[in-house]
Design a protein around this ligand. Structure first.
Ligand code: AMP
Length: 438
């Protein structure tokens, strides 16, 4: 059996890893760690919950230790970009646990909190900086951070960064970090744009893959109930009441929908919280903590707010509304059955969502078990909703990264700047250029 030492990691890190309770490297860790230690660029295709953070974090730390340099004031030696505040915080927390026996420092910067404290912390320089792209660029513009010494760049959840319209920010940041650098790109799905992005960012990369793109977590049991959209609320209440000991994540498409549903659940006596773009960072952190600790049993979430969050013990993921983009289904249900546990994913599908449902089945390559209701005909799908990918518009709508549409500057730090959860399915093409994720 492979262990962490045989992958080439230093003794100090192997100790930290075992203190974290990791005995055996996961497949993505087995494949990626030796290549990253060699200094190779890498494109990693891995589902959520596969141990991606340690797959890039551990060898990155070892390389920084080997280089034996000091961070320059306002500088960082390694930069990790992630799409959402939750994911940034989670990555930073993971890295801090690995760094225990080293002199390295990790810092994180996200929107939605005061920038002044971040400017102060960055003034001394840091070894690893984990950031959302929007807040990072704010700090660059205020000359609080100098990226020229960053010789390691990690793009995590790259597909989501594109979905959120970060392409312009990523291009700008790539021009600011050191030319001579190691770049690692991780993505759970591999749409064409990610391949194009990889080609422009990575040098002769190794590609590692632990599950085919779009393949859902193996240990998740999936089912669908067909019903009218007005029946969904009561149905969900019944399901949650039948499962009083479970921890459930419920996904809605819009933040208002999520808030309404959370209130309905609370009125029905179910202890529920919500996370979406209208919640402050503190409120979101508290809701996640409450679910983690079991103070609440149900968290109603929008995609952007829930991206990347790692809550051990989530037993059920409910797709109360199907996502507009089929890949989001894979991410949603990846919130359960993490780190080897089992989980259940239940989709509630209204007749007008049948097109989206079929797109999901096509993407994951399996037929989802029908647990209730009558399968509606495809003609019930409302036009324009059944599209996948074509509506994502993360690139100015021209199908290529770096589309030539003008860059529209938007707020980077507000909790309300979440384009995807603010709207119903788009009726027209829009430029989706955002600078930070809610
Ligand atoms: P990630 O994909 O990085 O979000 O990791 C998913 C979960 O798996 C996290 O809770 C990690 O702490 C855990 N994990 C990562 N690597 C291992 C490992 N080798 N053994 C056990 N748990 C792990």
């Amino acid at each position: 059996m492979t262990d962490f030492q045989s992958l080439g990691l230093s003794n100090g890190l192997v100790t930290a890893v075992s203190e974290n309770g990791y005995d055996t490297p996961t497949p993505i860790q087995q494949m990626a760690i030796p290549l990253i230690l060699e200094g190779r660029d890498l494109m990693g295709l891995a589902q959520t919950g596969t141990g991606k953070t340690a797959a890039f974090g551990l060898p990155l730390i070892d390389r920084l230790l080997m280089e034996n340099k000091k961070a320059a004031p306002k500088g960082t030696r390694a930069l990790i970009l992630a799409p959402t505040r939750e994911l940034v915080n989670q990555i930073a927390k993971n890295l801090i646990s690995f760094l225990k026996h080293t002199p390295l420092r990790v810092s994180s910067v996200v929107g939605g909190v005061s920038i002044n404290g971040q400017i102060k912390r960055l003034s001394k320089g840091t070894d690893i900086l984990v950031a959302t792209p929007g807040r990072l660029l704010d700090l660059v513009d205020r000359q609080a951070i100098d990226l020229r010494t960053a010789s390691h760049l990690v793009l995590d959840e790259a597909d989501q960064m594109l979905d959120l319209g970060f392409i312009h920010a990523l291009r700008r940041i790539a021009g600011l970090v050191a030319d001579k650098r190691q770049t690692l790109l991780f993505s759970a799905t591999m749409p064409k744009q990610i391949n194009e992005l990889a080609q422009s960012y990575l040098r002769n990369p190794e590609r590692v893959e632990v599950a085919p793109a779009g393949k859902t977590a193996d240990k998740v049991t999936q089912s669908v109930h067909f019903m009218d959209k007005t029946a969904k609320g009561d149905f969900l209440v019944d399901q949650l009441r039948d499962n009083p000991d479970g921890l459930s994540l419920v996904f809605c498409r819009t933040k208002h929908g999520a808030e309404r549903l959370m209130r309905k659940l609370s009125h029905s006596g179910i202890s529920a919280g919500s996370i979406h773009g209208n919640k402050s960072q503190n409120q979101r952190d508290r809701a996640i903590k409450e679910l983690r600790e079991g103070t609440i049993n149900v968290l109603v979430a929008t995609d952007v707010a829930a991206r990347g969050i790692d809550i051990p013990g989530v037993s059920h993921v409910y797709n109360f509304e199907l996502p507009e983009v089929a890949e989001a289904y894979v991410h949603r249900i990846g919130r359960t059955a993490r780190a080897g546990a089992d989980g259940e994913a239940v989709a509630l599908c209204a007749p007008e969502e049948i097109g989206l449902f079929r797109q999901i089945e096509k993407l994951i390559g399996i037929e989802i078990t029908v647990a209730g209701g009558d399968v509606p005909p495809m003609s019930a799908a409302s036009s324009g909703r059944a599209k996948r990918g074509g509506n994502r518009n993360s690139n100015g709508g021209n199908g290529k990264p770096g589309g030539k549409k003008p860059f529209r500057k938007q707020s980077s730090s507000g909790a309300n700047d979440n384009a995807s959860e603010n709207r119903r399915p788009p009726r027209r093409r829009r430029q989706n250029t955002r600078r930070d994720a809610a």
